[in-house]
Write a protein that binds this ligand. Structure first.
Ligand code: TXA
Ligand code: MG
Length: 328
């Protein structure tokens, strides 16, 4: 199959036609690129799992263009869920609620709940509107690989497997949406993101954060390998340990690279590095592109520990998974 990469009105019109004919289409959102299909078309949804190589017990998020789109998708919406939707949608958040009867079980992987997301990206919203249907979509990477934040990243993973990539430039946020489970009595964050626990607690009073120590993960996808570059990746506690890890790896002929904040990059001498920027927003926006670039130019990635608080905490949630938890 030939994979087209198109922009603008032409891309959206072609994308909507492909969705209507039961195909899958990659599209930009403010978080990462998604791989979409008509959420009501089971055969089309199955194609997503095949293109990604994704296990079928890992549910998909359903994307809508505006609040009317919620109709029929969810039921028993709590006051808390309404408040979160009101405050943070459209934006980088997915809200898990009891599913409506129209949502097929192949989307929810047999669960009675469904994750709903309303992207703020204009191209995403125009595309979903043009489709006239809710769009089921995971991130547009091959299963276990790094999520894509540009059309080029999607092309690298999906060339030949899907008919169209809608190119909307680079993703503004850069990591996947925060997932909050509002289907239970205590709202629980299943995946941290740019909407932080502090921001959600401001609306809900209290939220439970995902500790990582829970043995049976509630977000089914969390038990799988995730965000993995194709070469070994480690996290360095500070600049000094990054330099030491780099020099050790160099000696072994591993061709290392350091991914770090601008301030740390200045301390690295002539060592190969990728600069993430300095602010939380820059670091979040640049992290996946840095990992994609790292696996291309190097054989060993050392990422600086970026901190535990706020958005950097959400970024480190991904980086530690990329590194399989290895800290040097
Ligand atoms: O930012 C995002 O959320 C991107 C863009 C494309 O919208 N999408 C995304 O989808 O990251 P995906 O499939 O790569 O990650 C969704 C995660 C998976 O770990 C899945 O297990 C979990 O959400 N999930 C989906 N539905 C769920 C449900 N009903 N209950 C618990 N977890 C759910
Ligand atoms: Mg994903």
């Amino acid at each position: 199959m030939q994979t087209l990469v198109l922009k603008g009105k032409e891309a959206i019109e072609k994308g909507a036609r492909l969705i209507a004919s039961g195909e899958v289409v990659a599209f930009p959102t403010e978080t990462v690129y998604g791989l979409g299909a008509d959420a009501f078309n089971e055969a089309a949804v199955k194609k997503i799992f095949i293109a990604k190589g994704r296990p079928s017990d890992n549910p998909l998020i359903v994307h809508i263009a505006d609040k009317n789109g919620l109709q029929g998708l969810v039921t028993d919406v709590s006051e808390g869920a309404k408040a979160v939707i009101e405050k943070f949608m459209p934006g980088p958040i997915t809200v898990i609620m009891k599913k409506g009867k129209d949502v097929p079980y192949c989307v929810t992987a047999g669960l009675e709940t469904v994750g709903i997301r309303m992207p703020s990206h204009e191209v995403a919203r125009e595309f979903i509107r043009a489709c006239g249907k809710p769009i089921a979509a995971p991130s547009a990477n091959k299963s276990t690989h790094i999520s894509p934040t540009s059309a080029e990243h999607v092309f690298e993973d999906m060339n030949g497997a899907i008919p169209l990539i809608i190119d909307g430039g680079e993703c503004e946020v850069g990591i996947e949406s925060t997932i909050i489970d509002m289907s239970t009595d205590v709202p629980t964050i299943l995946r941290p993101g740019a909407i932080t626990a502090e921001m959600l607690a401001g609306v809900l009073g209290a939220v439970k954060t995902f500790s990582g120590k829970v043995v049976v993960a509630k977000a089914p996808g969390m038990k799988y390998k995730h965000y993995a570059p194709r070469c070994e990746t480690v996290v360095a506690e500070d600049a000094e340990s990054a330099i030491k890890a780099y020099d050790d790896a160099s000696e072994k002929g591993l061709n290392p690279v350091v991914i770090a904040k601008t301030g740390t990059c200045a301390l690295l001498g002539g060592r190969t590095h990728i600069d993430l920027g300095n602010t939380d927003a820059e670091i979040c926006r640049n992290i996946y592109a840095a990992l994609h670039r790292g696996e291309k130019i190097a054989g060993y990635i050392i990422c600086e520990h970026l901190g535990d608080k706020g958005v950097c905490g959400s970024v480190m949630n991904r980086v530690l998974k990329s590194a399989g938890g290895k800290i040097v």
